[in-house]
Design a protein around this ligand. Structure first.
Ligand code: 5GP
Length: 114
C-alpha cells in the first residue's frame, strides 16, 4: 500500500485542518493557500484514485458524490456559483496524487483561469 497522502493524514487527524463537511465517501477542507475568496478542496476518503480520469473510470458514483458535496458547499458559502478544477498531472499543476476537486468561488465573474 502507498504512503498516506497529505489528505489522508488530514482526514485521520495527523495533520491539523478542519473537516468542514463530509458525506459517506468524501470530505472537504479549506485550501491552505487559497486562490479565490472561497477555495475548498473536496476529497474522496479513499486515496485509491490518483486523478479524476482514474476516478471517473473506477468509481463514477464517487465522482458524482464529490460534485454534489461541492455544490452544497458552494450554495452555503458563495451563493451557488462555483468553479470546479481537477488538476490532472504534474504538468497541469497537480501536486497531490490523491484525487481532489478545487471548489473556487466568490468574485470570479470575469472568468479568468489565471
Ligand atoms: P493540486 O496542486 O494537487 O491540484 O492541489 C493540492 C492543493 O492542496 C494545493 O492547492 C495546496 O495548497 C493544498 N494543500 C497542500 N497541503 C495542504 C495542507 O496541509 N492543508 C490544506 N488545507 N491544504 C493543503
Amino acid at each position: 500500500m502507498s504512503e498516506p497522502s497529505v489528505f489522508t493524514r488530514i482526514y485521520n487527524g495527523e495533520i491539523p485542518s478542519e473537516i468542514i463537511a463530509e458525506t459517506e465517501n468524501a470530505f472537504a477542507i479549506r485550501d491552505i493557500a487559497p486562490k479565490a475568496p472561497v477555495h475548498l478542496l473536496v476529497i474522496p476518503k479513499t486515496q485509491d484514485y490518483r486523478d479524476v480520469v482514474e476516478l471517473a473510470a473506477g468509481d463514477p458514483a464517487l465522482l458524482a458524490e464529490m460534485v454534489g458535496l461541492a455544490n452544497t458547499l458552494a450554495h452555503e458559502q458563495t451563493g451557488g456559483d462555483f468553479r470546479l478544477v481537477f488538476n490532472t498531472g504534474a504538468d497541469a499543476g497537480q501536486t497531490v496524487f490523491h484525487v481532489h476537486a478545487h471548489v473556487l468561488g466568490g468574485g470570479l465573474s470575469e472568468g479568468s483561469l489565471g
